[in-house]
Design a protein around this ligand. Sequence first.
Ligand code: PLP
Length: 479
Amino acid sequence: MDVEEFRKRGKEMVDYVADYLENIRERRPFPTVTPGYLRELIPDSAPEDPESWDDIFADIERVIMPGVTHWDSPQFHSFFPTANSYPAIIADILSDGIGNIGFTWASSPACTELEVVVLDWLGKMLDLPPAFLFSSGGKGGGVIQGTASEATLVTLLSARTQFLHKHNKSGDGHHDDGAVMSKLVAYCSAQAHSSVERAGLIGAVTMKKLETDEKGALRGTTLQQAIEKDRAAGLIPFYLCATLGTTLSCAFDNVLECGPVCEKEGIWMHIDAAYAGSAFICPEFRPLLNGVKYAMSFNFNPHKWMKVNFDCSALWVQDSSLISDAFNVDPLYLKHENQGKMPDYRHWQIPLGRRFRSLKLWFVIRAYGLKGLQEYIRKDVQLAHDFEKLVVADDRFEIFGEVVMGLVCFRLKGPNDVNEKLLKAVNDDGRINIVPSSVKGTYFLRLAICGSKTNNNDINFAWKVISEVTSKLLQENAC
Ligand code: PLP
């Protein structure tokens, strides 16, 4: 492809993407293909000779689209949203064009410097304590990780290293990392995301899931009791991953209670607010983040709910040396003469290479402004409340938990199995897509506001589908 063809085909692709997103309502949100469908549609081996762009382009609709789940569809209500917006897509085109790898300041200074500034912007938008910001002049600062899972893993491994060093220093000079590691215990709530359990597995430490209260929150007393019990058994509690906005039901751990326990006990508190974190840019939701001052690290995904396309997960730490010194290897070819003046982000993450992801955050924040992003969050929360009202008005149904953000958990009154049948029937119908969840043995359905253009008509449509499918199901069950 030469430059003239790139100009032409690039513009065609922009038109294709714009048409795709503007007409996404016309596509079934969840595909009907069966496993192995794609192998039937393309050859077994790569082509020997170049193919024409027309042929390649035509295969998007023929091969790819039949197997695409349309996450930005207003009829897609599963999981949590994954953000989408034109400014972020444009930024990714630029990032791909520049194609730099910003592992150190010297490897592409703009890549590091924009990230430093934009994460301070974002931290201020969230009203994070200054200790998390570069501009405070202390040891704090932010970094973009690919995912919340990586943020949890990086912080857990850093906390683990800190504890190993501490125990080795305080001991008799004999270093037995294996013996200390076998005693390390991390905690999370029973509602924490599976990536937290996985971080424990990868980090080779015990991850204990603690019970939550009736609102799904991990409470300070539960944490305190677990720590005391574990210490009495000779174990070493070292890390808590608290969740603000759980995947199961969007519950909020009580950080104001857990934080002081962690501070007193010398435990690293990490906060995972992967989904709900975006809402903390609105003053009315910011109180849910109170207690963040006790956290050593805080993370949320702008790629979930802040109009920044995947991948962009923002992590802040109060003391970046605990992360950057935790796994420091320093080969000659990565050194540069300005070391120490700006962060070398390779020390803040697991991979070496990193894309220019701050561009999309920068474009989005500027193109919408704080006010535009706040409006966007408020619109989705309002839509969730609109859906909640429809559920409440139908006495066959009940709400599970509390609607705080853009997620509504609901169920048919009665046993789990009828709700399992309802979920299957709704998804088999195909007009909308939802996923189930279960807390303490209660099975329920989750409706998340996902599509960036979801409006009130879409919510009424989702309810119409659920209502129709329910009537049919209950009729069949009665026969
Ligand atoms: N934590 C929470 C609370 C989540 O809801 C999710 C995903 O939905 C994750 C972590 C994992 O996010 P990621 O895919 O960015 O690792």
